[in-house]
Design a protein around this ligand. Structure first.
Ligand code: ASP
Ligand code: MG
Length: 374
């Protein structure tokens, strides 16, 4: 059995026409001889709407009840998608996270997957069914419904791909793969055909939104091939592969505005959801994307210094390329975006830049460091 996992995000199933289009795309993959396990997100903005609904009832909704509520979004999508497939004559069955054997810890709203028991999914695939799994949710050992944090359907897809031994895991969205920079910012940006999973992880950490950091990390750790592609746009997408991809210089440049600088004593414990990106002594640069108001609940002694903008250039081994760092410094100066400290590590070079010059800096660095063919 050749298994593929296909994940479809909320924008791919925003309405019933999209949902039927997704069903047709799944049917084509199955007709090509694959056993298909599908992970689906809630339709469109359903999750936001459910959160807004909860807030009307309770300004700080109980996390267990919030998980019960939010998990419903994906269940609506999975059942409708299974029905749409059946209309096309394709046998399909939908399963909740719990029915699919996605076992998590107890941390409501930000649960971690601790184990996957894919027996039921596998049996359904063996019987010839397309299996539609509700993304972003699991069940704890105490049999409570949990959710994996915003955007968590990507994680569902990758853990399932690993557990099933899938050939690859497709992450389908409204963009055709990973680009060398955001094309809205950098007109000369191009789609990247192949990235290493390490490069993908460095890009996600640098703020690129096509890739969900936790899912890429899991894929990297387990050696799962990811294919980032567009649901409806055609195109060949981007393959993210284990191991290193040889290249000279950078493959992509990304900017990030969702950062904040904190001053924190060494022993201060930070709230969950704050991801520390850089440490300069007691000055920490944290990513507030998934912070959910955590900045309001900082422990005593931790002070918010202010917002930070940063640029990340990514390429295999780029973090050790002092020659590139030196060239980049003059490029950033020329673009009116003098980078403060440059940090090189692994596959990334990273600069803190003035917020007003972020886009100009990204454009200039992209055109100076990224080869046209990478
Ligand atoms: N529906 C959830 C969210 O909007 C999970 C996901 O889309 O991956 O965050
Ligand atoms: Mg969603």
């Amino acid at each position: 059995m050749r298994i593929v996992v296909q994940k479809y995000g909320g924008s791919s199933v925003a309405d019933l026409d999209c949902l039927r289009g997704v069903a047709a795309r799944i049917a084509r993959t199955r007709a090509a001889g694959f056993a298909v396990a599908v992970v689906v997100s809630a339709m469109g903005n359903t999750t936001d709407e459910l959160i807004a609904l909860a807030r009307q009832v309770s300004p700080r909704p109980d996390r267990r009840e919030l998980d019960m509520l939010l998990s419903v979004g994906e269940r609506v999508a999975m059942a409708l998608l299974a029905m749409a497939l059946r209309e096309l004559g394709v046998p399909a069955v939908s399963l909740t996270g719990s029915q699919s054997g996605i076992i998590t810890d107890e941390a409501h709203a930000q649960a971690r997957v601790v184990e996957v028991r894919p027996a039921r999914v596998r049996a359904a695939l063996e019987a010839g069914d397309v299996v539609i799994v509700a993304g972003f949710q699991g069940v704890s050992r105490a049999r409570e419904v949990t959710t994996l944090g915003r955007g968590g359907s990507d994680t569902t897809a990758v853990v399932l791909a690993a557990a099933l031994g899938a050939e690859h895991c497709e992450i389908n969205s409204d963009v055709d793969g990973v680009w060398s920079a955001d094309p809205r910012v950098v007109p000369s940006a191009h789609k990247v055909d192949v990235l290493s999973l390490d490069e993908g992880l460095a890009l996600a950490r640098g703020g690129a939104k096509v890739l969900f950091e936790d899912a890429v990390r899991y894929a990297r750790d387990r050696g799962i091939v990811l294919v980032a592609s567009s649901t409806f746009g055609g195109g060949t997408g981007t393959r993210l592969v284990p191991g290193a991809v040889r290249r000279d210089g950078a493959v992509a440049v990304t900017g990030d505005r969702q950062l904040v600088a904190l001053r924190a004593p060494a022993d201060a414990e930070l709230p969950v959801g704050l991801k520390v990106r850089r440490m300069f002594g007691d000055r920490l640069i944290v990513d507030v994307r998934d912070a959910h108001g955590a900045l309001a609940g900082l422990p005593p002694g931790v002070v918010v210094e202010g917002p930070v903008a940063a640029i990340t250039a990514v390429g295999s081994g780029l973090g050790e390329r002092r020659d590139v760092a030196i060239r980049a410094a003059s490029v950033l100066h020329g673009a009116g975006a003098p980078g403060g400290t440059v940090v090189g590590a692994g596959d990334a070079l990273w600069w803190e830049v003035p917020a007003g010059a972020l886009e100009a800096g990204v454009r200039a660095l992209h055109d100076a460091l990224v080869g046209a063919s990478s």
